[in-house]
Design a binder for this molecule. Structure first.
Ligand code: G6P
Length: 604
């Protein structure tokens, strides 16, 4: 899984592509490379590691030329090595590829029999050889080669024999083409082209774009010409900069009050939740028998919070299933169900597959995503945009809390529409959420306190997290964040479950973060914390301001503002994000680009 870029124009392609790749680094960063047309040849440069190393190499020894392709890799087939990095070359063809060639073993055997020599262990190299084998006409060669390939992919092709063009193809995923004046930018995502142009077109569903300085010619999978709508993207490039912060992660944590304000501004009108854009008729709304929430990683944890919100506020039974499981569900008839698919990027391939599964089997579908024009947004029956702005750090923060606020509003909307929530209660809940940005500011003021705690605990062997009710998924998210940012062992549990096993992990070297707000679980969670302390464990309690009882019991207490039960998870999330960040920083980890990960997983 990877990020792809391409450029054709008048400027130095390598320079533009390296900057564009930097914007896609969240899609993978184990190696990177570019290939540029230089006269009658293709010059290629590949480096292991983050894009900075490729940039340094190109600064030391530039490749000049105005047409090129580039790639940042997240290894799927073949270890991290220069040979396996992209572009992959066969003869006079260079390609960059994202996806998996499902039938690459049989294709490789076929090519080997023909005497083809492979330079890498990747499935992608097969595509380059297949195109090279079919040359003559480049467009025809690409079309013929792709007929043999099974799988979901995005691809950009460059040929030294036909050097005035790029061919971009997207099948089962999408690619964006940025339209500049006489120059064109190709990218896996709008973030790659946004610094250069706001006018873009998207290709998907097997569409092929032949891009030359004269323009873009797009054909569908059957070879017929298609006319695409030019879209205007909204994100401002400045939003993608660090703005004086040391890391994107910490910048994005601090942006959370603004994200909530924007989300409320977009969906609360005249004191009521407005989700007219969901395209659900009153009949649809009345007919919902169950809500299935799905997501992966942090979005899965948001989905679990969503279950508590929807059942608690709207009174509709809700289930949560991981995106990697749901699409294999044996239940084919989803009629009467509403599927809510959560994905920051809107491009996670498993999320897209789940949504398609839901659409195909009769569910109403809603996408909650942070990315306008994403595949998920495009294919869902209705959409809720998180309004978090670009999130660059691989570990999510603002999109997580933003998606929880969206789910909170969705639950209110469903409750009102189905008559299970009174207008008075809805008004009170809207008042509560309107007060949230200010409370988040207070939680952000805990930054220094969390930095101090990180100093005490960063050498420990790991962290445990517990919570009950709606704070259980926050315990999961706290642990996930800690794993990603610090590489320490961390896990989250339901408070009541620790005595059934996890308590065996408790020792003086494993602090336990206990989420113990003054909600209906308070006494029980306090008892969980006491049991941990009784076994020599160190408790870090996240409590509610004014809780004098807890102060008598534990040494490390983080006080958060008083809030509605349903909004408390958002407040708890903030110091958990700081803790993971500062522990990661002290341990010398690459907090914005944790090892082995990618922000958006576009392969299965
Ligand atoms: C990757 C990222 C996670 C993210 C997950 C889902 O694994 O590393 O941080 O939560 O994908 O991403 P999505 O864009 O679908 O929310």
């Amino acid at each position: 899984m990877s990020g792809l870029v391409g450029y054709i124009g008048r400027r130095e392609a390598a320079e533009i592509m390296v900057d564009a790749l930097k914007k896609l680094e969240y899609r993978g960063y184990d190696s990177a490379g570019v290939a540029v047309i230089t006269g009658k040849d293709i010059s290629c440069r590949k480096e292991i590691g983050i894009i900075r190393r490729l940039k340094d190499s190109l600064e030391r020894n530039p490749i000049t030329g105005t047409i090129g392709i580039g790639h940042t890799r997240w290894a799927t087939h073949g270890k991290v090595s220069v040979e396996n990095a992209h572009p992959q070359i066969a003869g006079n063809i260079a390609i960059v590829h994202n996806g998996i060639v499902d039938n690459y073993i049989e294709l490789k055997e076929e090519l080997l029999k023909e005497g083809v020599v492979f330079q890498s262990e990747t499935d992608s190299e097969v595509i380059a050889h297949l195109i090279n084998r079919e040359l003559g006409n480049l467009e025809e060669a690409v079309a013929k080669a792709l007929k043999k390939i099974q799988g979901v992919y995005a691809l950009i092709v460059l040929s030294a024999d036909d050097p005035e063009k790029l061919i971009a193809v997207a099948y089962g995923t999408r690619m964006v083409i940025g339209l500049g004046g006489g120059e064109y930018f190709v990218g896996s995502d709008t973030t790659a082209v946004a610094p250069y142009t706001k006018d873009v077109i998207f290709i998907s569903d097997g569409e092929r774009a032949v891009i030359s300085r004269e323009g873009v010619d797009i054909r569908n999978i059957s070879g017929q010409r298609v006319t695409k709508k030019i879209e205007r993207i909204g994100w401002n490039p400045v939003m993608m900069e660090k703005g004086g912060y040391r890391h994107y992660f910490i910048k994005e944590v601090c942006e959370q009050p603004r994200v909530i304000i924007d989300t409320l501004h977009n969906h609360i009108h005249g004191g009521e939740v407005d989700f007219a854009g969901l395209s659900l008729s009153d009949k649809d709304l009345a007919g919902i028998t169950k809500i299935v929430l799905t997501g992966g990683g942090t979005s899965l944890n948001a989905a679990i919070v969503g279950k508590y919100l929807i059942e608690g506020i709207a009174g509709i039974p809700a289930e949560v299933e991981s995106i990697s499981e749901l699409r294999f569900s044996p239940i084919k008839k989803l009629g009467g169900q509403l599927m809510v698919a959560i994905s920051q990027s809107g491009e996670t391939i498993d999320a897209v597959s789940c949504l398609r599964h839901g659409n195909a089997y009769g569910a109403k579908t809603i996408a909650i995503t942070n990315t306008k024009y994403s595949t998920l947004e495009k294919e869902a029956g209705g959409n809720i945009n998180i309004s978090a702005g670009p999130e660059i750090s691989v570990a999510p923060s603002k999109s997580f809390t933003g998606s929880i606020v969206s789910l909170y509003l969705l639950a209110i909307y469903l409750g009102i529409k189905r008559g299970t929530l009174s207008a008075e209660k809805s008004a009170e809940m809207i008042k509560n959420v309107a007060a949230l940005p200010h409370k988040i500011e207070e939680a952000i003021d805990l930054e220094e306190r969390m930095e101090q705690l990180s100093r005490i605990f960063y050498r420990n062997k790991g962290f445990l997290y517990i919570g009950r009710g709606i704070n259980y998924p926050i315990a999961l998210e706290g642990a996930l964040k800690m794993k990603k940012l610090s590489y320490l062992y961390a896990d989250g549990y339901i408070g009541g479950e620790i005595k059934h096993g996890p308590i065996a992990l408790v020792d003086e070297d494993t602090p336990v973060v206990v989420l113990v707000p003054n909600d209906k679980y308070y006494r029980h969670t306090l008892a969980d914390a006491e049991e941990i302390a009784a076994r020599g464990g160190t408790v870090i309690a996240f409590a509610t301001e004014g809780d004098t009882e807890i102060a008598k019991r534990f040494e490390h207490i983080i006080y958060l503002p008083q809030s509605d039960y349903y909004l408390n998870p958002i407040l708890n999330s903030i110091p958990l994000q700081f803790l993971a960040y500062f522990v990661g920083l002290r341990r010398g980890c690459m907090v914005d680009l944790p090892r082995n990960l990618a922000k958006s997983v576009t392969v299965e």
